[in-house]
Design a binder for this molecule. Structure first.
Ligand code: ATP
Ligand code: MG
Length: 556
């Protein structure tokens, strides 16, 4: 993991290019998602790299939808991708679609045919595969490899005109059937697919393959640095072959390692399975590693960008501890989340010497970690309070600095109280705690002369608002579900969602809305879910307060 280690290898390359005046010192990158799913944190990394590098070198970045696969692509995905890139804080120079280039890409194919560099093949997929050879054994030429240019032009036109059925013919580049790189063994560049396309409708029934669309799109847009992940390294010779043969703008491809995270899966195909098979509530289920899920869960764009920068770019595959992402989120929320009080597992506390029916408005500071302390809010206080069940013990051990018979604590922003008595039901559950309070011990004006070690949070019973609270755990039980034996879904954590239906939150949260960020004092960071309404508040736990990741680091 690189942190403030000086320029990474991509920065070095671009810096050198700019210095040498390559492309007139111009830098244009692109982020090229296929609109076949929602973006995940790996894409966030790629977005940060592409947009980040352009910003750094006074360049620009295009958003390009790589939509050459008509069947899997949908407008819903296009919309979500744009929303996610914007939310992350980036602005593209242009939005383009590979499908905008279908005419030009078709012309490129015709040019290859005219130069004797492409041919129509009538073989089936199985026949093509059988002749392809293996990495150690040369392939064999297709019986259709030596068709004349005129025949190829005629057949390709007829493919375009819809005279053939799906799979009946393909167009292949004529390169080298004995190349050690399998991608160079006469790759398929066009296929017949009588399918409706989300943008071009029924105009086309032939579609370019990814390898014949991606690089060409880069060239058409005059992308200077085409940055992608390592799995495309083996496609690079083909990328360059097309540029050379077609004599088009020489975009250059550079690869870096994909981001992988522990306790999750990171491929759209697998995430789609989780959605379709209802293991999660949708693409934005807060347990998913998608950008929309993180947004819903209360992660900030700043923390995700910061995470991406700190992880750095490398050319070696690795897997990052999800705890590090949570650490970045916690660090950011600590500065910006207002502190509020919420009781997740309530038990009633009665202050026996506080006048019945009296309400007092106390003041709470919103965020001691913020520069202006985030202002203050009003906190109604009364004789009956909800406190956390775990803050009381009937037989408290020595170092339990909370409540138990005879023990004293401070109520946050309020008074010091002492436990005098408690009630239990027939099953032994505590039902009521009786305390006395010290009127001179009010926060900020403590003249009681008594010091107590513990402070607990509370919510006034008559003022409390009932809320639903959703607690999330990791979606998978193992670090790397994709590398385990069998289906990755066997490793789903059945207890990854815990719903609390009757938590009590302080009244200032009445108007809380998605996008607001809170720390529930002593409980973690929380945010209103998109399901939340003023009649039925719903909160997500964003992250816990405990910083297990930092502790792990110290141990090393
Ligand atoms: P997936 O395999 O998850 O479906 P993909 O690579 O097929 O991802 P695309 O929409 O084709 O998804 O990717 C758009 C861009 O995002 C590509 O440049 C790709 O290299 C990059 N990208 C995808 N996944 C990651 C990742 N885990 N880490 C970094 N970059 C990624
Ligand atoms: Mg892809």
């Amino acid at each position: 993991m690189s942190t403030e280690k000086g320029p990474n290898f991509l920065e070095e390359i671009i810096e050198e290019d700019v210095k040498n005046g390559k492309h007139g010192g111009r830098v244009l990158t692109r982020f090229p998602p296929e609109p076949n799913g929602y973006l995940h944190i790996g894409h966030a990394k790629s977005i940060c790299v592409n947009f980040g590098l352009a910003q750094q070198f006074n360049g620009k970045t295009n958003l390009r939808f790589d939509d050459t696969n008509p069947e899997k692509e949908e407008t819903e995905y296009v919309d979500s991708i744009q929303a996610d890139v914007k939310w992350l804080g980036f602005e593209w120079a242009n939005v383009f679609y590979a499908s905008d280039y279908f005419d030009q890409i078709y012309d490129f194919a015709v040019k290859l045919i005219n130069n004797g560099l492409a041919y129509v093949d009538d073989s089936t997929a199985e026949q093509i595969a059988a002749l392809k050879g293996t990495p150690t054994e040369a392939g064999k030429p297709s019986p259709f490899r030596d068709r004349s240019i005129a025949e190829n032009l005629d057949l390709f036109t007829r493919m375009k005109n819809g005279e053939f059925k799906d799979g009946e013919k393909v167009l292949r580049a004529k390169i080298d059937m004995s190349s050690p790189n399998m991608h160079m063994r006469d790759p398929i560049i066009y296929r017949i697919k009588h399918a409706h396309h989300h943008r071009t409708g029924d105009k086309w029934c032939i579609y370019p393959m990814y390898d014949f669309a991606h690089g060409q799109s880069d060239s058409i847009e005059k992308i200077t640095h085409s940055i992608c992940t390592l799995e495309f390294e083996v496609h690079k010779p083909l990328y360059e072959w097309f540029i050379e043969q077609l004599e088009i703008f020489p975009s250059k491809q550079y690869e870096f390692a994909r981001l992988n995270l522990t306790y999750t899966v990171m491929s759209k195909r697998k995430l789609l399975q989780l959605v379709n098979e209802k293991h999660v509530s949708g693409w934005d289920d807060p347990r998913m590693p998608t950008i929309s899920a993180y947004r819903r869960r209360g992660f900030t764009p700043e923390s995700i960008r910061n995470f991406a920068t700190r992880v750095g770019v490398a050319r070696r595959e690795n897997i990052i501890d999800v705890g590090f992402l949570e650490f970045c989120v916690r660090e950011d929320l600590n500065k910006r989340a207002n502190r509020v009080m919420a009781v997740l597992d309530p038990v009633k506390l009665i202050i026996t010497n506080y006048p019945e029916g009296q309400t007092e408005i106390l003041t709470g500071e919103n965020n001691p970690e913020a520069e202006d302390h985030g202002g203050t809010r009003e906190l109604p206080f009364s004789r009956e309070l909800w406190i956390e069940r775990e803050d009381f013990m009937e037989n408290a051990p020595k170092k339990f600095f909370r409540l138990g018979p005879g023990l004293s604590v401070r109520l946050k922003h309020a008074y010091i109280i002492k436990c005098e008595d408690f009630k239990k039901d027939a099953d032994g559950n505590i039902t009521e705690i009786h305390c006395s309070y010290i009127p001179e011990s009010k926060s900020g004006s403590d003249t009681s002369g008594i010091n107590v070690k513990g402070t607990i949070h509370w919510v006034s019973v008559p003022h409390a608002i009932t809320a639903e609270v959703r607690l999330y755990d990791r979606l998978f039980k193992v670090e790397d579900p994709s590398s385990e034996e069998g289906d990755f879904k066997e490793y789903i954590n059945a207890d990854s969602l815990q719903v609390i239906n009757n938590a009590f939150v302080e009244p200032s949260l009445k108007s809380a809305k998605p996008g607001d960020l809170f720390q529930f004092i002593r409980k973690g960071y929380f945010c209103p879910d998109t399901d939340s309404t003023s009649d039925h508040l719903v909160f997500n736990r964003t992250v816990t307060l405990k910083d297990t990741w930092a502790k792990e680091q110290k141990k090393d």
